[in-house]
Design a protein around this ligand. Structure first.
Ligand SMILES: [Zn+2]
Ligand SMILES: [Zn+2]
Length: 221
């Protein structure tokens, strides 16, 4: 497949400093917003500053800091919402409630135009974004990756030096470990990832150093 490397800009939003990402094809300048949790004026400013023509909103999972602003942004830009996997429907149906109980004002419930499955692909201009279903933090969590740029957007599955929490509704520690080792590691050690919070890293670095999922920790080697 003809796969152009995506360009990406990261914009931490909400009091949770959630890494909303703007990704675009540098050839066509068509792009997508991943996880617009809130602070839409800042996101819209970034879109205009980069000159990106946004075609869709992509969601990794149904927590308010990732998806709370999706409905409003979709209406403003007139673009569809794609993802996550339908396992997160119960969370997207309760975004307003999540926002109210955690003090995040303006979070709105969300009904995606398309649910995603493991192995799906998106095109953003001439760039291809693959989809991996990675349950564990939430049942319907997905990650997006672009092979040409060796760049993945993993939401709250994996962080630099840590992994997603599994004590929230629908969480499963065993599933999360399986998602990371069976669905992320095969994408390659040199794949850089943008986590939902905090700094970027690479899968290879985490396989060496992450106290939860390093090869030496899991394999007992
Ligand atoms: Zn989350
Ligand atoms: Zn999060």
């Amino acid at each position: 497949m003809n796969d152009a490397p995506v360009s990406a800009g990261i914009l931490p939003v909400t009091p949770y400093r959630q890494n909303c990402s703007l990704v675009w094809c540098p050839v066509s300048m068509k792009g997508a917003v991943i996880d617009p949790g809130g602070e839409l004026p800042r996101i819209e400013h970034a879109i205009a500053a980069k000159g990106v023509s946004v075609e869709k909103i992509l969601l990794t999972h149904g927590h308010m800091d990732h998806a709370g602003g999706a409905t409003a942004l979709s209406q403003k830009l007139g673009v569809p919402i794609e993802g996550p996997h339908q396992g997160d429907r119960f969370l997207l149906d309760s975004l307003a409630e999540q926002g109210a109980s955690f003090g995040l004002s303006g979070a709105e419930n969300c009904t995606p135009d398309r649910w995603l499955e493991d192995g799906d692909t998106h095109t953003v201009g001439e760039a291809v974004l693959g989809v991996r279903h990675c349950p564990g933090h939430t049942p319907g969590h997905v990650v997006f990756y672009n092979r040409a740029a060796k760049l993945a957007f993993v939401g709250d599955v994996l962080f630099k030096g840590s992994i997603g929490r599994t004590d929230l509704p629908g969480g499963s520690h065993a599933q999360l470990i399986a998602s990371i080792t069976e669905r992320l590691w095969p994408l390659g050690d040199d794949m850089r990832f943008v986590p939902g919070h905090g700094e970027t890293s690479t899968f290879g670095f985490e396989r060496k150093t992450n106290p939860f999922v390093a090869d030496a920790v899991l394999g007992g080697a």
